[in-house]
Design a protein around this ligand. Structure first.
Ligand code: PAF
Length: 282
């Protein structure tokens, strides 16, 4: 496994590997079993002759001024072990100053899908994600890229980015990996106290409850939110809902007659952690 931490080396690696299928897993490090699953999926897609590239880069541009950029866990040595054990061929771990020159003056803005759900309470977050993914796609020159469905809005926005800016990259979305009690794996689970952790499994439970209510005909978003809020208050009083919304899985807008797939997405604060999860209504 090659570990590359500057753009010059990355370009040489690209020249040597030209013509080989390249499957890319962009991450911010602090890798866990959910990322391992993404890397294994990438390995499968790349086949024995392709290359699996993982980037480890905590992107400052996607954190708001009051968010956890400095606190975000950085676990490079463990991350490299997990990448190797799951079949990565190359790790790209650049420094922030390599990715963002101090006098940079060009950035991307997403003007539709990022206005709801997480984007509503994290202004600028998805502009930062779109900018870094554009730069990483240009640098890595991948054929495919793999993302986790836990970040459902992120996947929808990256698909839109690929379509709108004509990237020749196939996007693969992989199912969320969960703890035995249903909590979606996340690097931010580390912020939970034991008490918060014990209650955080309620996020999955309320999404299942919302799905069942939807299947039984409940279509009123306000009624669903009320049901969920009440359930959470009773079962996980440390949780504070940011949003719970049934939306169109592609447009992320309210469900309409043209919706083919509905997803219920939720964000819940537990102490210092803001956790997200979702459920598709198939
Ligand atoms: O999902 C993440 O870890 C990040 O948002 C990503 C896609 C690596 C961009 O920094």
């Amino acid at each position: 496994m090659n570990v590359i931490n500057n753009i010059r080396q990355l370009r040489s690696w690209g020249t040597i590997n030209k013509g080989t299928r390249c499957v890319f897993v962009p991450t911010m490090g602090a890798l866990h079993e959910g990322h391992a699953e993404l890397i294994r999926a990438a390995r499968e897609i790349a086949g024995p002759n392709g290359n699996v590239v993982v980037s480890l880069f905590v992107n400052p541009l996607q954190f708001g001024p009051d968010e956890d950029f400095t606190k975000y866990p950085r676990t490079l040595i463990e991350d490299l072990g997990l990448c190797r054990d799951n079949g990565a061929d190359m790790i790209f771990s650049p420094k922030a100053e390599d990715i963002y020159p101090p006098d940079r003056s060009i950035q991307l803005f997403e003007t539709s899908l990022s206005k709801t759900l997480c984007g509503a309470s994290r202004p600028g977050h998805f502009d930062g994600v779109c900018t870094v993914i554009t730069k990483l796609f240009n640098l890595v020159q991948c054929d495919d890229a793999v993302f986790g469905k836990k970040d459902y809005q992120q996947v929808a926005i990256i698909r839109r980015l690929v379509r709108d800016l004509d990237f020749n990259v196939v996007i693969h979305a992989i199912d969320t990996v969960r703890e035995p009690d249903g909590l979606a794996l996340s690097s931010r689970n580390q912020y939970l106290t034991p008490e918060e952790r014990a209650q955080a499994s309620a996020i999955r439970a309320v999404l299942v409850l919302a799905r069942d209510a939807w299947k039984n005909g409940e279509r009123d978003p306000a009624a669903l939110e009320k049901l969920i809020t009440e359930h959470l208050q009773q079962n996980a009083p440390l949780g504070r809902i940011d949003y719970v919304s049934p939306v169109d899985a592609v447009s992320l807008q309210p469900v309409s007659s043209s919706t083919e797939l509905v997803v219920i997405a939720a964000a819940v604060h537990f102490g210092a952690a803001r956790l997200i999860d979702n459920i598709e209504l198939k």
